[in-house]
Write a protein that binds this ligand. Structure first.
Ligand code: NAP
Length: 352
């Protein structure tokens, strides 16, 4: 089998970016040629030092123009957010002839982001390259995974995709910003995850619906919360007794007057909660109701304590890194899983 090397740039080295960077350094079929960072402490560092791997001879820079000028096939673009100015950067990278894979929203432009969609598509055409949105969810657990599992069904009534994260076991700096510790009534009236956040996940819902030959009519959303039974101390603060310690977001895509796709997000700070949703360890689950009914759990292999860790962030980088060759070889434009077909991730099996 012939192998071709693809030259890659890692843009931002947070949790997601670092997982992709490690892959780029270790996969013999990919050649790391650049790393962009914002953190001044990382500027000038060898990429290997940032990734916790041997030295690479590739040094991190905060010079946008130097990255733009690099000869590269693909950029894994994983900054904190996708503000208007970051969309400009994505378009410049595309126009400079580099394919872009990104987990930053809008993950895949859709009808709710018409301006961004049109700009990304035009930039792809100008550069003769492709753009692909990557991630665990959106990007995998709520689109390609259920669509693949649908092959095992002979009738589908409803597809439920559930994300479970214990934020005590998997602390995130955003805990307070996300509404943990808030007054329950206040949070229900003003959810921190805006009621229309589902629009960022709409590409995933639409991909399932289109894959099944259906059109989504509308999407509804719902939030319920659980309360801390006692003060909960977490790495980034304290949730006082009676305040929000758990959140369940539910987004439902309706097709022909009935729910076809339902996304559940259960985020809990430990288990000292009322009510306690008995949902187990961190995971993504796909539950397809129909004939024959099916359940599939996607979770990290158990740690030494027997519990399943949350790998959603590294998976978001890895699922983008493992699709680099296919995105580089795709026809110019925005490419989804449907365009890519079955991805064949070379370079993973390394003996000796
Ligand atoms: N689709 C999915 O399933 C999914 C899942 C998780 C995350 N995401 C998205 O993936 C992206 C990265 O997430 P993450 O967990 O890696 O975040 P993170 O750990 O907070 O890292 C983000 C990195 O962005 C850079 N950065 C910091 N401030 C910035 C700013 N003001 N503007 C632009 N870049 C800045 C920094 O890179 P340096 O340290 O290199 O300077 C930082 O380490 C986010 O956009 C997130 O929404 C998507």
């Amino acid at each position: 089998m012939t192998t071709k090397n693809y030259r890659v740039i890692q843009w931002a080295t947070g949790t997601v970016g670092k997982a992709a960077l490690r892959h780029f350094i270790q996969n013999p079929e990919l050649e790391l040629v650049g790393v962009y960072v914002t953190n001044p402490e990382k500027v000038g560092k060898d990429a290997g030092d940032i990734a916790g791997l041997p030295k690479t001879g590739v040094f991190a820079t905060d010079d946008v123009e130097a990255i733009m000028a690099l000869e590269a096939d693909c950029v894994l673009f994983a900054p904190l957010n996708m503000a208007a100015s970051t969309l400009d950067l994505v378009c410049r990278l595309l126009e400079s002839g580099k394919n872009v894979i990104s987990p930053a929203g809008p993950f895949l432009p859709n009808k709710y982001f018409p301006e961004q969609a049109a700009r990304i598509e035009a930039a792809c055409k100008a550069g003769g390259v492709s753009y692909h949105g990557c991630g665990i969810h959106p990007g995998f657990a709520g689109d390609i995974l259920p669509l693949t599992l649908a092959r095992l069904m002979t009738r589908i009534d409803c597809i439920e995709v559930t994300e479970v994260i214990d934020k005590l076991r998997n602390p995130m700096i955003y805990t307070e910003i996300m509404g943990f510790g808030a007054d329950p009534e206040e949070l229900l009236a003003n959810p921190r995850r805006a009621p229309d956040t589902w629009k960022y996940f709409y590409s995933s819902m639409e991909m399932i619906a289109h894959g099944l030959g259906k059109e989504i009519e509308n999407v509804t959303s719902r939030l319920e919360v659980s309360r801390a039974k006692n003060d909960i101390v977490h790495p980034h603060g304290v949730v006082k007794k009676g305040m929000v310690g758990g959140q369940h977001y539910e987004w439902t895509a309706w097709v022909e007057g009935a729910p076809l796709i339902v996304y559940h997000f259960y985020w809990q700070l430990g288990t000292d909660l009322d009510p306690l949703w008995e949902i187990g360890d961190a995971r993504y689950s796909v539950n397809i109701k129909g004939e024959p009914p099916l359940v599939c759990h996607l979770m990290g292999a158990p740690d030494a304590d027997g519990r399943n860790p949350f790998h959603g962030l590294p998976w978001t980088g890895i699922v983008g890194a493992t699709v680099v060759p296919q995105v580089c070889d795709a026809k110019p434009g925005v490419v989804t899983h449907l365009d890519l077909g079955v991805v064949q991730p070379h370079g993973l099996v390394r003996r000796g």
